[in-house]
Design a protein around this ligand. Structure first.
Ligand SMILES: *Cc1c(COP(=O)(O)O)cnc(C)c1O
Length: 392
């Protein structure tokens, strides 16, 4: 069967699996060997060459999930981001990025690029004019992230691929928030597709890994750099990640569904100022999201009424835990103003639309009724507190 003809759950479960020829076991055997014979073999295998049996097998699954020719697995999402950029950007080259960017990626650019002599510009927004106005003669890479963190803003991938192709520029996307279940950027002509596999691919908050999918030619260019830098992932984690991905589509579809329900419920709540979820018709980018996403992901953000104390609200939650990371089967919540965007000034946060009472919610697979009940009791807790503060 051709990979294009099989469904997402079948790709998740089977593509890339290693046949256990010796014992006929149901799952891929784990090969922990760091040392392989070099004579009379097709490939000289070594973990830092990203070509052990398990690394190779998982690479095929990643490629199939993103409808690309090839895939590579890394030791973290940031290793996938940094290798991809450095493989295509040389001294004197220029890269265009959006101004709302995953914090680690932003730090990588502003703290490291000067020493490599790589120039960069941040686009003011996500429209065609925002990008084309900062593209220069030496621009080699156009990098995007959609949905964005934490406001879930959407970039039109078809537009990005078109303006880049017209100018001979390579396009890269961090597809972590959508996951391959909800969005395949290759369908819209994007070149390099990057994931923090720590998030939806791993899905259980117990694996740190990264992944890249692209054409055979582009993956070779990244691999040429990767084998010298050495950010490969241990085979044991590769094997665990293969297992995790088997249920990725089941998990993510359940998370999409829960997120949509919760977004609608929060949107109607009197103590909520606004909800940012691309699945809501009220989201400014809903139309583009509908065009390029199959599901709207398990990530949403919402803003409490300005008079309410977001800290107290979060501390009152019992089932939903505060957490820096996201995309696990368990629901987690975070205050961008206190964590990812804490180093920005109040004015800069305001400019980016990050209110002090904004909360980013990573929706898990729990029963939606239980999540709603947890929110309800936290809303009750802050309401009582506000009233008592005012002398009621
Ligand atoms: C977490 C994350 C990364 C970085 O991944 P690590 O596995 O933590 O290195 C990159 N991009 C996005 C959107 C992320 O959420």
């Amino acid at each position: 069967m051709k990979i294009k003809e099989i469904g997402i759950n079948t790709i998740c479960t089977h593509v890339g699996e290693i046949d256990d020829e010796q014992f006929k076991g149901a799952i891929s055997p784990l090969y922990m060997s760091t040392s392989y014979a070099y004579e009379d073999v097709e490939i000289k295998r070594y973990p830092r060459y990203f070509n052990t049996p398990n690394q190779e097998a998982l690479g095929k699954k990643i490629a199939a999930l993103e409808k690309c020719e090839a895939g590579l697995i890394f030791g973290s999402g940031m290793a996938a981001v940094s290798h991809s950029m450095l493989a295509f950007l040389h001294k004197g080259d220029h890269v265009v990025l959006p101004n709302t960017l995953y914090g680690g990626t932003y730090n990588f650019v502003v703290e490291e690029f000067d020493k490599f002599g790589i120039e960069y510009s941040f686009a003011e927004g996500f429209t065609e004019a925002d990008f084309t106005s900062v593209i220069k003669k030496n621009t080699k890479v156009l990098y995007v992230e959609t949905p964005s963190n934490p406001l879930m803003l959407i970039t039109d991938l078809e537009m990005v691929a078109r303006i880049a192709k017209e100018r001979g520029i390579i396009t890269m996307i961090d597809n972590t928030f959508a996951s391959p279940v909800n969005q395949n950027p290759a369908d819209y002509g994007m070149d390099i597709i990057i994931h923090s596999a720590t998030k939806y691919m791993g899905g259980h908050s117990d694996i740190c890994a990264g992944a890249v999918a692209a054409s055979e030619k582009h993956i070779m260019q990244i691999w040429n750099l990767a084998k010298n830098i050495g950010g490969s992932l241990s085979d044991y984690t590769v094997w665990l990640l293969e297992r995790s991905i088997k249920t990725m589509a089941l998990r993510v579809k359940a998370q999409n569904k829960n997120a949509m329900k919760l977004a609608k419920w929060l949107d109607k709540h009197a103590l909520v100022e606004r909800v940012y979820y691309p699945g809501l018709k009220s989201h400014p980018d809903h139309k583009i999201a509908k065009k390029q996403m199959r599901g709207y992901s398990g990530m949403l953000s919402f803003e409490l009424q300005p008079s309410l104390d977001a800290e107290v609200f979060m501390k009152s939650l019992k089932l939903i835990k505060q957490s820096m990371s996201l995309a696990g089967v368990e629901s987690t919540i975070l205050s961008p103003a206190k964590t990812s965007h804490a180093l920005l000034s109040l004015e800069e946060r305001k400019r980016q639309g990050i209110a002090e009472g904004l909360l980013r919610f990573s929706v898990g697979i729990e029963e939606k009724e239980d999540l709603i009940a947890d929110f309800e009791q936290a809303f009750e807790a802050i309401e009582t507190r506000e009233y008592s503060a005012e002398g009621f």
